[in-house]
Design a protein around this ligand. Structure first.
Ligand code: GTP
Ligand code: MN
Ligand code: MN
Ligand code: MN
Ligand code: MN
Ligand code: MN
Length: 196
């Protein structure tokens, strides 16, 4: 699947392509699992209707605008209060063009507070598309369990992901300083480094 990274301003000129926008919300988390394993950080993904993991978001019209379209999808799929946690152009992280599929995917990352994550999770079950397009938000375990060194992020990474969501997750973890490059490589190795 050939794809190329382009800046946002170039991508919006691709009027003959279908565009989709998805977003990663994340927050630092000081909780300790079992009272001793640091949770470190909370990252939100969703279980999709097709059984694959992805980020909330969806197809947008260039006329409505990338971020306005994304906020509409986030409201539909997770009941996001866009006045509080809405996505803006400043949250843009990456755009990839898939020429063979006539498809452009835009990825956004937004750091919020753990309280805001909890509010989003509470509202999510009342969203219009809950139980339909979205089967629920999930928190990504970013830690690796010390006991078997495979539980946590390595096991999570061996799930099936939609499109390039898995790569976006890894990029987000590194770019936001949630995990180091070395920690990510280690988790990939422990996951069996299954590509899809
Ligand atoms: P409909 O309203 O049914 O059209 O769904 P939607 O608008 O919510 O679209 P969806 O979220 O399924 O995203 C549109 C397309 O983008 C999908 O067909 C996937 O190919 C791709 N996609 C979905 N989730 C992600 C994601 O997290 N990352 C990336 N890169 N692509 C995704
Ligand atoms: Mn228990
Ligand atoms: Mn969607
Ligand atoms: Mn949708
Ligand atoms: Mn849609
Ligand atoms: Mn829809």
């Amino acid at each position: 699947m050939a794809r190329r990274a382009v800046p946002r301003f170039e991508a919006v000129k691709l009027t003959r392509y279908k565009h989709a926008c998805h977003a990663m919300f994340h927050a630092p988390n000081e909780d300790k699992l079992f009272g001793r394993i640091p949770v470190r950080h909370t990252v939100l993904m969703q279980m999709r209707f097709d059984g694959r993991l992805g980020f909330p978001g969806g197809f947008v019209d260039l006329e409505e605008g990338l971020e306005a379209g994304l906020n509409r999808e986030l409201e539909e799929e997770m009941g996001l209060d866009v006045r509080i946690c809405g996505i803006t152009e400043e949250d843009w992280a990456a755009t990839e063009v898939h020429d063979e599929q006539n498809f452009v995917s835009h990825f956004y990352i937004k750091k919020i507070t753990l309280d805001q994550i909890r509010q989003i999770e509470t509202a999510a079950t009342t969203a219009k598309d809950h139980g339909l397009e979205s089967l629920g938000l999930v928190r990504v375990p970013v830690y690796t369990l010390p006991r078997d060194k495979a539980g946590g992020l390595p096991a999570f990474l061996s799930n099936t992901f939609i499109g390039t969501a898995r790569e976006e997750l890894l990029m987000g973890l590194e770019q936001e300083g949630i995990l180091s490059h070395a920690e990510i490589q280690k988790a990939l190795k422990a996951s069996g480094a299954r590509r899809q």
